[in-house]
Design a protein around this ligand. Structure first.
Ligand SMILES: C[S@@+](CC[C@H](N)C(=O)[O-])C[C@H]1O[C@@H](n2cnc3c(N)ncnc32)[C@H](O)[C@@H]1O
Length: 408
């Protein structure tokens, strides 16, 4: 059994006194987008000059003043992050007509340059391609040249690191890293620099209206990033928590989390998300396992059969790095009705990962005979006889207990 803790602070992240310096392993966040009207008020309430600049038609002065509000949070984020820790920032640019002039306000570029100035190392970023089906999405002069504007159909996920590569030096750290591995085929999809497939990957935890009103990103976005850039038991921070999507994804991925949110009015939504989380998270986890089994079953096996078998599930994997991968099922999540959430994660490998919804179809093959090397090529796997129901082999390494120490 692994336990994780999650704490939300309803205050500004411009001062995160509860997060000691160098304690956070990963930041996944999405700030209010400067120059997008829905965020004008919350930004104007935190920084001087915003209302005046907007009222007098000074678009770029307002843009700069809004970013200065965010800058204070980025400074704090850098302080709180561990050396080697990643920061992933989802941000979209804005287009707006101010004082009669239509312009692009390049939020991603402004944030990126601030992050580099603070000391972050920028890494290749992700373009999140959003499908917009709005019939009137064309802006400007219609069919007449030369005054029409291209529509913004993408957002960015900026990826930055504090300093050089993270060290995994102790045996526990190394074991945690191997256990937190992702599948080879997931790597191929997740590490593409254009994400076009977020819609439809997961059912949503909140209804579309709630997500739209709160500017929430889809669950899959932080869930992927957390799996890509942290290990089990790490501490994930979202300084602009909103309705808590990053924290919920951290719970699903057996990481600890801390969130800051200026608006206490979203508390009920965050807790409602927590109450609904366990079946939702387990469905996503099971879909990853079922997807892998299907991937192996549909793939032409290598000559001589698969060399590597996962120690917990008994299915073949493509690389030796996936041999200890374990996806902890979420056993329970409890909150105190206010700001603290405890999650319990199972360390026992799932033996049945039939999915409960979505497009996965029928139950995946669950027997090594079906997917393992034995039936594929009629031989044995890693010198062991294969066959029988899946489950943790007797000699499988017990996952390390995760130490909890969240800031109070
Ligand atoms: C784009 S939303 C984040 C949505 C979030 N990713 C989700 O999925 O729910 C930005 C959030 O930042 C909050 N916010 C604005 N300024 C803040 C500050 N200084 N500190 C903490 N939260 C802030 C807003 O209230 C808003 O909920």
């Amino acid at each position: 059994m692994t336990q994780t803790l999650h704490r939300i602070y309803f205050k500004s992240a411009a001062r995160m006194a509860e997060a000691p310096s160098g304690r956070i392993d990963l930041i996944v966040t999405s700030p209010p987008y400067p120059m997008i009207e829905m965020w004008d008020e919350i930004l104007a309430g935190q920084g001087g000059g915003i209302r005046g600049a907007l009222a007098t038609g000074k678009g770029f002065a307002a843009f700069e003043a809004m970013h200065r509000v965010l800058d204070a949070v980025w400074d704090e984020a850098y302080r709180a992050l561990k050396p080697g820790g990643f920061a992933c920032i989802n941000i979209g640019d804005a287009t707006r007509t101010i004082g009669g002039e239509f312009a692009l306000y390049p939020n991603h570029a402004r944030i990126l340059s601030k992050m580099v100035q603070i000391g972050f190392t920028p890494l290749p970023e992700i373009l999140w391609r959003k499908q917009t089906n709005a019939p009137n999405k064309f802006m400007g002069s219609g069919m007449l040249p030369a005054g029409a504007y291209v529509t913004l159909e993408h957002e960015f996920i900026l990826i930055l690191r504090k300093g050089g590569k993270r060290e995994f030096s102790t045996p526990d750290e190394k074991a945690g890293r191997r256990r937190g591995a992702f599948f080879w085929e997931e790597r191929n999809q997740w590490f593409s620099d254009v994400w076009m497939d977020l819609k439809g990957v997961t059912q949503t935890l909140f209804d579309a209206k709630t997500r739209q009103r709160s500017g929430a990103f889809p669950f899959e976005l932080p869930y992927r990033l957390i799996n890509m850039y942290s290990t089990v038991g790490d501490l994930v921070l979202d300084p602009f928590a909103g309705i808590g999507t990053t924290m919920l994804a951290a719970m699903a991925a057996a990481r600890n989390s801390v969130g800051y949110e200026l608006d206490p009015g979203v508390q009920a939504q965050i807790l409602a998300g927590v109450d609904q989380l366990a079946p939702f998270a387990n469905e996503r986890i099971n879909r990853r396992l079922a997807g892998h089994v299907r991937f192996i079953a549909e793939r032409e096996p290598p000559k001589g059969g698969y060399k590597h078998v996962n120690a917990h599930y008994g299915f073949p994997v493509i690389t030796s790095q996936e041999k200890e991968l374990l996806l902890n099922a979420l056993e329970s999540v409890r909150h105190n009705g206010k700001d603290t959430i405890e999650a319990v994660h199972s360390d026992r490998p799932q033996t049945d990962f039939e999915t409960t919804g979505g497009k996965t179809g029928s139950r995946p093959p669950m027997d090594r005979k079906t997917v393992g090397r034995k039936t594929v090529d009629g031989k044995t796997v890693d010198g062991k006889t294969v066959g029988g129901k899946l489950g943790r082999p007797k000699n499988a390494e017990k996952p390390a207990e995760v130490q909890l120490s969240l800031p109070d």
